[in-house]
Write a protein that binds this ligand. Structure first.
Ligand SMILES: [Zn+2]
Length: 102
């Protein structure tokens, strides 16, 4: 029986996309994942190029917020960005702690 990974709707006649989403969730969730993944990619570049600590912290906060948002989807078994949001969250939380120490 098909079951939607986002809204948990299930049924014999429910059609889900190849990633496991029903037709109501698929466009919405796909767009939301794309939007937040793009924030992560863009802010990663900002972070790499940033020289000043406040600038780095601002980029880090945006990355962490977007990654947290995506981790919720990963917990439901969906693929989000690459590398996975969980790894991004771990790695950038570490960077933030290092910055706070320096
Ligand atoms: Zn759904």
């Amino acid at each position: 029986m098909a079951k939607c990974k986002s809204c948990d709707k299930k049924g014999l006649f429910l059609k889900v996309s190849k990633v496991g989403l029903c037709k109501d969730c698929d466009p919405r969730v796909t767009e939301d994942i794309t939007t937040h993944s793009n924030v992560i990619y863009e802010e990663m570049h900002v972070f790499e190029r940033a020289v000043e600590t406040p600038e780095k912290l601002e980029a880090l906060d945006k990355i962490l917020a977007a990654a947290k948002h995506l981790v919720a989807y990963e917990d439901k078994g969906l693929e989000t960005c690459s590398p996975p949001a969980k790894l991004v969250l771990d790695e950038y939380t570490g960077f933030k702690n290092d910055l706070a120490k320096s």
